[in-house]
Design a protein around this ligand. Sequence first.
Ligand SMILES: [Zn+2]
Length: 230
Amino acid sequence: MVSVAAFRCQIARLRKRGYRFVPQARLAAAIAAGEPVDGLCSLTFDDAPEDNATTLLALLDELALPATVYACPGLLGEPWPFIDPKTGIRLCDQDQLRRIAAHPNVEVGSHTRRHTALDDFGAEAALEEMESSKRDLERLLDVEVVSFAYPSCGYSAEAAAAAPRSGYTSAVTCGPRGGRDLLFEMSRASPSPQDGPLTFELKSRGAFFAARELPPVRFARRLLRPLRWR
Ligand SMILES: [Zn+2]
């Protein structure tokens, strides 16, 4: 949803701050090994809308960036469920997702079979969902799938416990949930099309949700709202 122009600016800012970009599986391996992860950045993209095949791959090539795309094997080729169907925006079909998975810099992770939020899932149901979506993607793509993203950020304690039992090395959430070093409840910053440079700085420094509630920041947000990426 972030425009190509804004994405280029955001990557340039992160590079200026000295970040090195790695796929999610590499970031998870570093955390698991107790290596320092300051300065590592994992770029992740959820749902695999078809612009991941038509636009994102070329952009990653151009900017020499690795990334991780979380896909739902039970929704391939269908209209993107969260977008007005009149837009005609679809999710990647099987061939498009195979093309993404075959890219040397791109990792494909699971996002459940049909974008099912796991907030209320018990241990066995979570295990079944996580194992089956992993297996479906691995059969389709002929690659190992070790990264998982909770749809709509939601997960129960049982789901977080089921992630490593299902063979994943990390599971990511979003919004204010999770923590930076928690392998199976890993927090993420989610840039949105409305973000200006200030919001992006706060989000990418992990300070957004705390800063947002401070009265001076509320005031500044109103003030800076007209500023946008050029
Ligand atoms: Zn999603």
